[in-house]
Ligand binder design. Structure first.
Ligand code: GLN
Length: 570
């Protein structure tokens, strides 16, 4: 292992979780990052995942939620999305690693003979490998925040905890601190918030030699001073290190709540650093906007993973950001595409805009095609992302180019018209992941297109994660019926964005714009989409007012009044 003292400039904050999973360690780590940046410090954030998969790329979204893609094409845990949304840190392959990766490097070294006859063991070899991966991200930043996946007490995360225990010993007390996120459940029959699970969880950490410095206590109600004192005494932490992390309406309020509780102040004291006063006005502005929207819209997301909304985490956030840019609350209605196949597009009647997200496999594709046709014919704003764009191409080819059996080779390898197909160069590669276009690629925008006016620039880069592309053989017939390929790769070989001209806002892209949207910098396509949806809604409201007037006139004549629903139908 390299000499840990080399990394002395950087200080490390390790974030662990106790009692139960899903308490929001990722958000807590990201919020700590945001607070430290607001004081002028530079930071990076890393996630350590205890599972044995080498990366989450091969895991089902049903099990693992979204796979977040970085610029350099790493397929990572969705918590990295929180880190990038909350901070200026730009993350790479190094910012997420798993037990699988640790063992992968160790076994490669062992086979190569690097261990010179040693017995290879969890301590020190596995822990050394973990430590060097942690130290490798410091790279001159002031603070590295490292989130340990899993819950304290799990067998799997023990080597990680042992490694971070050793790092305090290696780097010195002033350079390493431990933050523990825990749950304070409210027991209704006792009318009391209970601290016992937290005491046990801290005990578990102490058993392995880690004494947490700060406790972030999640609860559904405020934690009063008496309770804080009790927790401090029983868990052996300072009184001002017990931070109440009460539930909030929006995740973007978390940095502000932590700040009010004195978290950033305590961190810099414990790490013995001097910083400027925090500047949090931008976060306050976001909280204000979220709590006081001027408009409200509902966007329908038609997909396959609708029961596990973590699968669309970044998308969800990007739509919220698009709303922030337009002073609008954005309600999301997830609709199962197979339900549309069974029950028809009536399921879409309460939405103001349609979004078809990314996905893999043919299940539910026909439902998505019907939904896109509905949006196209009703001039409802449509935004397609990755698979969403591929399905839009199929819909237009079938309905407007007369190619009745047009399909993607992914769903029907025998289709006579593979309007979406695998690239020639990728045929015959069998290892899953080997054929994926992953990470950032440049794209040149057509002047005068909706995409170009949304971005306001001529060239962009966006992140990809897919195998199939628009088949160039079909570009011409599609252009003839009104499709504009408004974003292409610089060599024009790959379609990156398409629009349908005869429609107020029908835009789809091959990449995943949601990965680059931030609350402080909403993504141009999401901003543009929400703006179009607001315009569509205003138009529809006008139409229905006019409709109501006509209906009322008719009703007067016939002597009966109509209910709102009946007016809608009329
Ligand atoms: N399944 C499609 C492909 O592999 C789309 C992937 C996606 O939406 N991320 O090209």
């Amino acid at each position: 292992m390299s000499d840990p003292k080399k990394h002395m400039k950087t200080k490390f904050i390790f974030v662990t979780g106790g009692v139960v999973s899903s308490l929001g360690k990722g958000l807590a780590s990201a919020s700590i990052g945001a607070l430290l940046e607001s004081r002028g410090l530079t930071i990076t954030v890393q996630k350590l995942d205890p599972y044995i998969n080498v990366d989450p790329g091969t895991m089902s979204p049903f099990q693992h939620g979204e796979v977040y893609v970085t610029d350099d094409g790493a397929e990572t845990d969705l918590d990295l999305g929180h880190y990038e949304r909350f901070t200026n840190a730009r993350l790479t392959k190094k910012n997420n690693f798993t037990t699988g990766q640790v063992y992968d490097s160790i076994i490669t070294k062992e086979r190569r003979g690097d261990y010179l006859g040693c017995t290879v063991q969890v301590v020190p070899h596995v822990t050394d490998e973990i430590k060097s991966k942690v130290l490798s991200i410091s790279n001159g930043v002031d603070i590295a925040i490292i989130e340990i996946g899993g819950t304290v007490g799990d067998i799997e995360s023990l080597p990680f905890l042992e490694a971070i225990r050793q790092l305090r010993y290696d780097l010195g007390k002033e350079n390493v601190m431990y933050v523990h996120l825990t749950l304070l459940p409210y027991i209704a029959t006792a009318h009391e918030i209970k601290t016992k699970p937290t005491q046990h969880s801290v005990n578990k950490l102490r058993e392995i030699g880690i004494q947490p410095d700060i406790l972030l206590c999640r609860s559904d109600r405020p934690v009063n001073a008496d309770l804080k004192n009790k927790i401090a005494l029983f868990c052996n932490v300072d009184r001002d290190a017990v931070i109440s992390a009460e539930d909030v309406k929006s995740i973007y309020e978390v940095p502000l709540v932590f700040h009010r509780e004195g978290l950033d102040e305590k961190i810099i004291k414990l790490l013995n650093i001097w910083t400027r006063a925090p500047k949090l006005d931008q976060w306050e502005e976001i909280a204000r906007k979220i709590n006081n929207p001027r408009h409200e819209i509902t966007i329908g997301i038609v997909g396959k993973y609708v029961n596990l909304q973590d699968s669309y985490k970044s998308l969800h956030e990007a739509l919220i950001h698009g709303g922030l840019a337009n002073s609008s609350r954005v309600n999301l209605q997830y609709i199962d595409s197979e339900e549309i196949e069974k029950r028809g597009t009536a399921l879409l009647k309460n939405i103001d805009g349609l979004l078809i997200p990314g996905g893999f496999g043919g299940r539910g594709v026909e439902g998505k095609i019907s939904a896109i046709r509905y949006a196209r014919e009703n001039k409802m704003p449509f935004f397609g992302i990755c698979l969403g764009m591929q399905v839009a191409i199929i819909e237009l080819a079938r309905d407007l180019c007369g190619l009745k059996h047009a399909n993607s080779a992914e769903f029907d390898p025998e289709t006579p018209d593979p309007v979406v197909d695998i690239m020639e160069t990728q045929r015959g590669i069998n290892s899953k992941g080997g054929t994926m276009r992953l990470g950032a690629y440049p794209c040149v925008l057509k002047k005068g297109s909706k995409a170009q006016s949304a971005y306001g620039t001529a060239e962009i880069t966006e992140r990809h994660r897919h195998r199939y592309e628009v088949n160039n053989r079909y570009r011409e017939p599609l252009e003839k019926v009104g499709v504009e390929f408004s974003g292409l790769s610089p060599d024009e070989a790959l379609v990156e964005i398409m629009e349908y001209r005869h429609h107020p806002w029908f835009v789809a892209c091959q990449f995943h714009p949601e990965f680059k949207s931030r609350p402080l910098a909403p993504h141009p396509l999401f901003r543009g989409f929400v703006k179009a949806v607001l315009a569509h809604r205003a138009q529809a409201a006008k139409g229905s007012k006019a409709g109501k007037k006509t209906a009322a006139r008719g009703a007067k004549k016939s002597g009966k009044t109509l209910s709102v629903n009946e007016t809608d139908k009329a």
